[in-house]
Design a protein around this ligand. Structure first.
Ligand code: NAP
Ligand code: MG
Length: 492
């Protein structure tokens, strides 16, 4: 250990006191050289005849190539889903449906290590997160919704709940397997069939899930997984035989999708961007709060829609909080996602890294003061040091716009009313956090925050039983919990 200037203990990774590398073995990850589309229970060559590469963002090496589905491939997948809905899944007794969903959950658990390694290889997130969060929470979603499948009459008493039909589902790259689970599990439990498209940069765990689905003997066509880029997503959105679109991604694409389905009979849920406020009052347990703030923004490289990217600190504890945050920043380990010591892995893509760099420049131009940790960065791959900005204005672009990277802005406040007004003053409303010792403050703030999820004295906790979703430009509809069922049902 070396002593930092301010006399607190600091890890110095250039000395023999740094942690030794503890990489997870890659040998468990079976990645094929090429993946086709999973349609009607089989892996099929794309009609487009095209493939694209998926890379490891930590090394820039190619991992595999995957099919690029065109509109004809989408049509084939939707037809398979429609036939499976009409002939098998829609008619199957709910308790039988539940058994398949339960089996998928068990199989994810059995292959948890392989899923975790592939998630970290393809997307860049630290193995600790994919192992402890992404994969177990994904399995839990299947378990949870398996339990609801034969209890829909109890969930919606006297409402005669009926499935919608075929669901088109489009997901982003920040939680690839988890988002697939959030989408597929409730759709199956409610009797719908599915066409799902993972993001271009992170298709592999969805394709691994397709392998599990095949092994689970889920009837052919109930779940179809097709890979591709934005055009494939658009072809799903515009397909005339889809009854429901479930989208998680950026607000810009969400708006395009909303326009595209306007005037059709498609039901739609949109889970979009965020710019969450994390608020520390002076009576909060400061060390715990600092840990929560760090987890809130630097977790998963800040690639989290609900990341606590705007910190509000009550004026009287500002100096203490900033000092502790900076000290903690210095101890964060940035590097190999497969290393079990790593706190911050690789930025998901070159494009996203450039976006984050663009915002760092904007912040400096706006007159904000930037602080970055001094940790060494790997020579190859896409990495960014954890960053915080002080001296920002409410109107700063770095305060108003979603950066989707490990970048925190810090503002101060004096009163509850002031912080509520500032916290609500963005186009988004997905999540927020409050740190205080006073229950009354928690109740006051949580009722006035225009955010779908408000965590109190904790942050970034996910559970299948609790609904998740946004206000304003963060979208509409809820996923998770009982609310997540109604998004896939007609309840009249
Ligand atoms: P994105 O660019 O909007 O992409 C999301 C998905 O939509 C991807 O599969 C993408 O394909 C596809 N897509 C792109 N253009 C499309 C179009 N015109 N029509 C239909 N589909 C299209 O978002 P992202 O960059 O992957 O993800 C980051 C965003 O997701 C952030 O804004 C984040 O806040 C948000 N997010 C929200 C939640 C939530 O629950 N609210 C959760 C996670 C992430 P390609 O990958 O090939 O472009
Ligand atoms: Mg990749």
């Amino acid at each position: 250990m070396a002593k930092a200037k301010n006399n607190t203990l600091k890890l110095n990774f250039d000395t023999k006191w740094g942690y030794s590398p503890a990489p997870e073995s890659k040998s468990i990850a079976k990645i094929e050289a090429k993946y086709d589309l999973f349609i009607n229970g089989k892996f099929e060559k794309p009609l487009s005849k095209k493939y694209f590469d998926t890379i490891n963002p930590a090394t820039e090496e190619k991992l595999s190539e995957v099919a690029d589905a065109n509109a004809a491939d989408v049509d084939k997948a939707v037809k398979a889903a429609r036939i499976a809905y009409n002939n098998v899944w829609g008619k199957m007794p709910a308790k039988e449906r539940a058994k398949y969903i339960y089996r998928i959950a068990r199989m994810i658990q059995e292959r948890a290590r392989e899923f975790a390694v592939i998630e970290s290889l393809d997307g860049g997130k630290p193995i600790r997160e994919s192992r402890d969060i992404d994969v177990p929470v994904a399995a839990n979603h299947f378990f949870y919704y398996a339990g609801w499948a034969d209890k829909l009459q109890y969930a919606f008493p006297n409402r005669n709940p009926k499935p919608l039909g075929v669901a088109g589902q489009i997901i982003p790259w920040n939680f690839p397997l988890l988002m697939a689970a959030w989408k597929i599990a409730p759709a199956l439990a409610t009797g719908n069939t599915v066409v799902l498209k993972p993001a271009e940069t992170t298709p592999l765990t969805a394709l691994k899930l397709a392998e599990i689905i095949q092994e689970s003997e889920l009837p052919a066509g109930v779940v179809n997984i097709i890979t591709g880029a934005g055009a494939t997503g658009a072809a799903i959105v515009n397909h005339s035989d889809i009854n429901k679109i479930a989208f998680t991604g950026s607000t810009d694409v969400g708006k395009i999708i909303q326009r595209a389905v306007a005037g059709t009979n498609k039901k739609i849920t949109l889970e979009l961007g965020g710019k969450a406020a994390n608020i520390i009052f002076d009576d909060a347990p400061i060390d715990q709060a600092v840990e929560g703030i760090i987890n809130g923004i630097y977790f998963n490289q800040g690639h989290v829609c609900c990341a606590g990217s705007r910190l509000f600190v009550q004026e009287s504890v500002f100096d203490e909080v900033i000092r502790k945050l900076k000290d903690r920043l210095e101890t964060l380990i940035v590097g190999d996602p497969l290393d079990k010591n790593t706190d911050i892995g690789a930025i998901n893509s070159k494009q996203q890294m450039e976006t984050i760099h663009k915002y760092l420049k904007i912040g400096e131009k706006e007159g904000a003061e930037m602080y970055q940790s001094n940790c060494p960065l790997p020579k190859k791959g896409y990495f960014i040091r954890p960053t915080l900005f002080t001296n920002v204005a409410q109107s700063s672009r770095i305060v108003q716009e979603e950066i989707f990277g490990p970048v925190l802005t810090v503002q101060t406040f004096r009163t509850d009313d002031e912080v509520i007004e500032k916290a609500n003053n963005t186009p988004f409303g997905l999540s927020a956090g409050v740190w205080t010792d006073k229950g009354s403050k928690i109740f006051n703030l949580t009722t006035k925050m225009r955010a779908g999820v408000v965590w109190a004295n904790t942050y970034n906790k996910f559970d299948p039983t609790s609904p998740f979703g946004g206000y304003k430009e963060s979208g509409f509809g809820r996923e998770g919990g009982l609310h997540g069922l109604s998004a896939y049902l007609n309840v009249h």
